[in-house]
Design a protein around this ligand. Sequence first.
Ligand SMILES: [Zn+2]
Length: 200
Amino acid sequence: MDRLIEALSKLPGIGRRSAERLAFHVLKSSAEEAMQLSEAVADVKQKIRPCGVCFSLCEGEECGICADGRRDRSLVLVVEQPKDLLALEQTGMYRGVYHVLMGRISPLDGVGPGDLTTERLMERVRQAEANCGSVRVEEVVLGLNPTLEGDGTALYLSQQLEAAGVRVTRLARGLPTGGQLEYASKAVLADAIQGRQSVR
Ligand SMILES: [Zn+2]
């Protein structure tokens, strides 16, 4: 019990009291339920890996979105985290593909472009073979969070991408400044996708 409480209390937002409550819940639940939880935890670390093209989370080499020939692979939407991708996918409004940066440039935390997947993004833009379906990228939509760091990252990427000769747009500013994509409503995100704007 101590080990379980200790492990649970390391989860974000879970204090000692909550961890104890969860641990007792597991203790009382059926063996089947408890095993399902433990297997799901093990599977997420063993089976889920970043997509070889867009770095979204998937179980194989390439995620379902990159592998889907009905998606517009010439249109690439750049997001910070897989959870931003999930929020945008839930709107059902976006038909292109994605690129997950796995963070944002944050000089104060010592995170530079080299710590993110920016170089792979540039490869996808420069060579069609590096993109899913070997389709040439025509437009990159910047979908970073409207925060100071998100804006700084967007500025850096727009300069790199424009130098590579690709059209660069950004999601429309329906999102409140300082807000997080993942918490925005479906309607706001749908508007942001439809009303995307040129960066300059
Ligand atoms: Zn992918």
